[in-house]
Design a protein around this ligand. Structure first.
Ligand code: SF4
Ligand code: SF4
Length: 363
């Protein structure tokens, strides 16, 4: 989450290591929040009842939506605008920011277990180094305060109730899934996909993404070193890049770039990077559980294995399409995509991959 000043994590022992939290998907990553970014603040973070008082002491206080509900949210400004507390890519309520902001880019999911993973769209994560060595067992660097915030939350009585409800909801979903023809246990599927991740084929046809007319709020975002926070909007035959105002609305139209008509070719290193990323996707309980929920709810005429494979291929295709659009927007010559281009496609896609309705709960 964006800094208020240059103060970083506070150091000290990590309690997450003693709370049964699965942190394997954090290994090998390094993180340092970028002071010029603010990408994760184009959101309406949830505010727990005990966090409300301190936030409302701010001058002026932020506007809260659903203030009567158990969890209020900080109101976002305008269409597609940032959280009401963001000022010049800095949080003016940093010391009292709510829990989802204190743990970002960590993503904490309660499903089969308490699993932490990372939102790889965050430009403060060193993605290129991790893609080169995804098997690194090195402890994560720069995520101490985020891990500690998760551990503190888990120690609260409310979390115990949340964990129990999440387990119950997930058990119910699994029971419904088992009754459907074509069900295979998720762990078997995960093992197979990790051995051989379903890569995109040569299909050209992919559903278009959201258009500006659907509302700027729902567009995929990424952080561009030169242009700041950029939204991607589908237009006929291509993708338009829109620079968003912090206060909401479009600040600048940066150009329209044709979408590839076929799945773009990959260099060897690009192919390895995409396969590594798709393995990371299927290792996340939140993603597999969300897809299981979609399979049960929409009852497509596919076995669970076929459905998951289609969805993972779709994620790969989105990464490559966005990698191509970003390369074109930067005036780079066409040709097979390498590791660097794939990493930029991942940054423009991963938040959307995690932003699904899940049967368990986010902490
Ligand atoms: S997206 Fe990442 S780098 Fe950007 S403000 Fe949020 S935490 Fe910091
Ligand atoms: S409260 Fe602060 S850190 Fe959280 S979304 Fe708003 S501006 Fe960003």
């Amino acid at each position: 989450m964006p800094l208020e000043d240059q103060g970083g994590p506070t150091g000290g022992p990590l309690r997450g290591e003693r709370t049964g939290v699965d942190e394997r998907l954090l290994l090998g990553f390094r993180f340092a929040c970028r002071p010029d970014c603010g990408l994760c603040c184009y959101a309406s973070p949830a505010v727990a009842p005990e966090e409300r008082g301190a936030l409302l002491q701010l001058k002026p206080p932020p506007l809260l939506d659903a203030a009567e509900a158990p969890f209020a949210t900080i109101r976002q400004r305008g269409d597609g605008g940032a959280c009401g507390l963001l000022r010049g890519a800095r949080c003016r309520g940093h010391s009292v920011r709510p829990f989802p902001c204190r743990i970002f880019p960590v993503h904490a999911y309660l499903g089969e277990r308490i699993q932490l993973s990372l939102v790889l769209s965050c430009p403060g994560l060193e993605l290129d180094a991790w893609l080169r060595d995804p098997g690194s067992r090195a402890p994560p660097e720069g995520l101490e305060s985020e891990r500690r915030a998760v551990a503190d939350d888990l120690a609260s009585p409310r979390s115990q109730g949340t964990i129990a409800r999440a387990r119950r909801d997930r058990a119910d979903l699994l029971e419904r899934a088992r009754r459907r023809t074509g069900f295979s246990p998720l762990e078997d599927l995960r093992r197979r996909f990790l051995e051989r991740p379903p890569l995109p084929g040569s299909r050209a046809a992919e559903p278009d993404g959201p258009a500006e007319s659907d509302g700027l709020d729902g567009l995929p975002l990424y952080f561009d070193e030169r242009r700041g926070v950029v939204a991607l909007a589908s237009v006929p035959g291509g993708t338009e890049l829109l620079a968003l105002r912090e206060s909401g609305g479009v600040a600048d139209r940066l150009g329209t770039y044709p979408d590839p008509t076929e799945v773009p070719p990959l260099e060897g290193a690009g192919r390895d990077s995409l396969a590594r990323y798709l393995r990371y996707v299927v290792e996340r309980d939140a993603v597999l559980d969300a897809l299981l929920l979609e399979w049960v709810a929409h009852r497509p005429p596919l076995s669970l294995e076929e459905f998951l494979a289609e969805e993972v291929r779709h994620v790969g295709t989105l990464v490559l399409r966005r990698a191509t659009v970003r390369a074109r927007a930067d005036g780079e010559p066409g040709g097979p995509l390498g590791a660097r281009e794939v990493a930029r496609g991942i940054r423009a896609t991963d938040a959307e991959v995690l932003d699904r309705i899940v049967p368990g709960r986010l902490l």
